[in-house]
Design a protein around this ligand. Sequence first.
Ligand code: ZN
Length: 165
Amino acid sequence: MAIRRIVTRGDDRLGKKCRPVTDFNKRLHILLDDMKETLAEAQGAGLAAPQVGVLRRAVIIADGEDEVMELINPEILEQSGEQTGPEGCLSVPGKWGMVTRPNFVRIRAQDRYGEWFEAEGEELIARCFCHEIEHLDGHLYVEHIDHFLSEEELEAYYQELEEEE
Ligand code: ZN
């Protein structure tokens, strides 16, 4: 396994529509393993192949319990509800913005061997599904915001959250 360089906003590859994965071979497995190592090192919630410069429809999402979901050729099947919260991206380092996403998302995707499966998630996982799948069509979350959050705004948000609990 190897850590790959994460490309950042401004790099052309982040604006391209990625092609489907058609070969579920060793090369794909190495890519996914490298992406996992890269995500762990960067301590991110998710990573899409174009973020390491590979224009194929593959993403990984950390579920917060040491498990990493691999989604090849993922598609959103169903979404409902709404959530608004701070969102960041490893390709836009050190910045955050408030993004509204569906609160529930159901997807289908293939695993590294080409088997189709369905998965669903709420809150953070639903947000990750949307964020990562958007990457595959050349979109970044920054397209949904009017400004990056200041330290104060971010702090105020988390303070409010704590007070609610
Ligand atoms: Zn991202």
